[in-house]
Design a protein around this ligand. Structure first.
Ligand SMILES: [Zn+2]
Length: 289
């Protein structure tokens, strides 16, 4: 039920986008970018889910919605004015086969996008801080205070945004990815097919927002999270603290990742509010979709 309600409100916001004249002038080149060519041999069309349970020992107990195919149903029409607004950052074109390396530095650091097409430098390690006091879950030190502020505000409203999974190291992501590939190979898949299958479950190392320390899986990594008051609170208030629902249900075709109600990403207050109003996902906001 909650899902349906949210879907409707997202559609309504999609319509609102028509009215929004977002003046984003500054073409910012805050990202260090370089081409890289290493994943070329891997498959092109997988729909990776970024969900990666923290229970590192739990082998592929397939997460909430294994086999979820990206729906082909109609997207809310984000009617872009023909006078295209300039995206807030300028990024070179990239693809899964020809990903571009990005670094979360510069004055638009909070808008750094990582997905199948854009990734962090190999072995990237952010400076970290506890997401909330006393928690072992960490985030980029620039993001942690923002999460802590949101946590406190939610707490005051009777909602506990327990940090479940924040920063994950590049090495760990790689290890998780490789172990899953091995698992599928043992099931009889060829190396190439095992990689494709793995990419439907886990983003490769450096391609996850958890490797960047910008995203938090709140409370759990379960579809049931949708029915909690914490989720409702986030939908209503997260943007006020600069966080967005990174993988909305109606944007899977664009994000390439299935609906993840538990995954909240910091993009800064300005961008979060603008995206909340326009109904855009991060790729759309950055002019990548
Ligand atoms: Zn996540």
């Amino acid at each position: 039920m909650a899902k349906r309600r949210i879907k409707k409100s997202v559609k309504a916001k999609g319509a609102l986008a028509l009215l929004l004249v977002v003046i984003l002038t500054a073409l910012c080149t805050g990202f260090a970018v370089t081409q890289k060519h290493k994943i070329a041999k891997e498959a092109e069309t997988s729909v990776p889910t970024e969900a990666e349970s923290e229970s590192a020992t739990a082998e592929p107990t397939e997460a909430p919605t294994e086999g979820t195919t990206v729906p082909t149903t109609t997207e809310p029409t984000t009617t872009e004015p023909t006078t295209a607004k300039a995206p807030p950052v300028s990024l070179p074109a990239a693809s899964a086969d020809n990903p571009v390396i990005v670094s979360p530095t510069g004055d638009k650091w909070e808008l750094t996008v990582v997905n199948l097409s854009y990734c962090l430098p190999e072995g990237y390690e952010p400076k970290l801080a506890a997401a909330v006091e006393g928690s072992s879950v960490q985030l980029d030190e620039r993001v942690a205070p923002q999460y802590a502020a949101m946590y406190a505000a939610a707490k005051a409203d009777g909602c506990t945004l327990t940090p479940y999974s924040g920063y994950r190291s590049y090495a760990r992501q790689k290890n998780n990815f490789d172990r899953k590939v091995d698992y599928y190979k043992k099931q009889g898949f060829s190396e190439a097919d095992a990689i494709v299958k793995t990419r439907e479950r886990i983003l490769p190392a450096g391609h996850s927002e958890h490797n960047m320390g910008f995203a938090m899986d709140v409370v759990s990594a379960s579809a049931d999270f949708v029915s909690t008051k914490e989720y409702s609170w986030l939908v209503a208030h997260a943007h006020e603290y600069g966080f967005i629902l990174r993988y909305p249900e109606n944007k899977t075709q664009i994000t390439g990742v299935m609906y993840e109600p538990w995954h909240w990403r910091y993009v800064g207050e300005k961008a979060a509010k603008e995206m909340q109003q326009s109904g855009q996902c991060l790729e759309e906001y950055l002019g990548l979709a």
